[in-house]
Design a protein around this ligand. Structure first.
Ligand SMILES: Cc1ncc(COP(=O)(O)O)c(C=O)c1O
Length: 307
């Protein structure tokens, strides 16, 4: 009793809902980091509130935000978490595709990421974990392949990772994910990270040049990934709904996403229901960013009078 799980307000729903389910099952309390005006984790407030303390059992954070683009100081927070004996879980779904990954430097005890964010297939992801932790976990799903010996009375289980891989695996997806990771390693994750920074800086500068664009999250490409979410108003200050932005840009061949990006609590925290998000990756060019900025000006023209 009294156990606490610490997450942050900027998490993807996939790093909120499972902890809520666990808290409901166990009676643990869910607590979270707030964010600053600049869209970074509010470490000072967390310190003042004693967010990580002797009751903390798990700290689970996104490495990189899928909305704000913020790169969180995971290693620093992991050190604090480990000092009180907590386990550190890292959602690497945005971080692993964009940054060179060294789990030990990150301070992660468990690191999860999804295949389809790193030019791989859907329907598969990766959970990396410290072996001693994985070996202590019971299976979460029963079936073939995860067993050692089965009798009619009981079963014993294979060691990790097989214990967690009940049933026929998604073979095609696993082969596809392996190929994607080899491809990215061939390109070089240092190069991918540098390219992301360059394109993101270019996009942020372009957006800063357009009145009526409010970038959510850090406005400089420092400790920042490639997701640039924003709200858009006409130059006479009328808000344009992200779904309208998305549709008009789509008609010009520019794909942005509109909505809450599976981060509803973050949008509520920012006082908005939705945002538009432009995401770059290793294939994005500055010419495409120019087209996006022109497109945004077009959307502003469409809905209002430009000064
Ligand atoms: C930060 C982050 N976490 C988790 C996810 C969830 O990925 P999936 O739905 O593939 O499990 C995503 C992407 O959708 C994400 O961007």
């Amino acid at each position: 009793m009294g156990d606490e799980i610490v997450i942050s307000v900027l998490e993807h729903h996939s790093n909120i809902v499972p902890w809520q389910l666990l808290a409901q099952r166990t009676g643990a309390v869910l607590r979270w980091f707030d964010i600053t005006e600049a869209g970074r984790l509010d470490l000072a407030k967390a310190e003042a509130d004693g967010l990580i303390n002797e009751r903390t059992r798990i700290v689970s954070l996104a490495w990189v935000s899928n909305v704000l683009g913020t790169v969180n100081p995971v290693a620093q927070i992991a050190a604090q978490a480990h000092a009180v004996g907590a386990i550190v879980v890292v959602d690497g779904s945005q971080g692993v595709p964009q940054l060179p990954t060294r789990v030990s430097q990150l301070g992660a005890d468990l690191l999860a990421f999804t295949g389809h964010k790193l030019v791989g297939p859907t329907g598969i992801g990766v959970l990396w974990g410290r072996y001693d932790l994985l070996a202590g976990l019971p299976p979460f799903l029963g079936g073939g392949e995860m067993i050692e010996v089965v009798t009619m009375e009981s079963s014993t289980y294979a060691p990790p990772p097989y214990r967690f891989e009940a049933g026929t695996p998604p073979i095609a997806q696993a082969v596809g994910l392996g190929a994607a990771i080899e491809y990215l390693e061939g390109v070089g994750m240092e190069w991918v990270a540098a390219h992301e920074t360059e394109i993101t800086a270019y996009a942020l500068a372009g957006m800063a040049s357009l009145p009526g664009v409010r970038v959510l999250g850090p406005t400089e490409a420092v400790d920042r990934g490639g997701a640039v979410s924003f709200t858009l108003s006409t130059t006479d200050g009328l808000e344009i709904h992200p779904h309208d932005v998305m549709q008009l840009l789509d008609a010009r061949g520019i794909a942005v996403r509109g909505g809450h990006h599976c981060a509803r609590p973050l949008h509520a925290r920012l006082g908005i229901t939705a945002s538009s998000r432009a995401s770059s990756y290793l294939y994005t060019t500055t010419g495409e960013i120019d087209a996006l900025i022109d497109g945004l000006a077009y959307v502003q023209d469409f809905f209002g009078r430009r000064a």
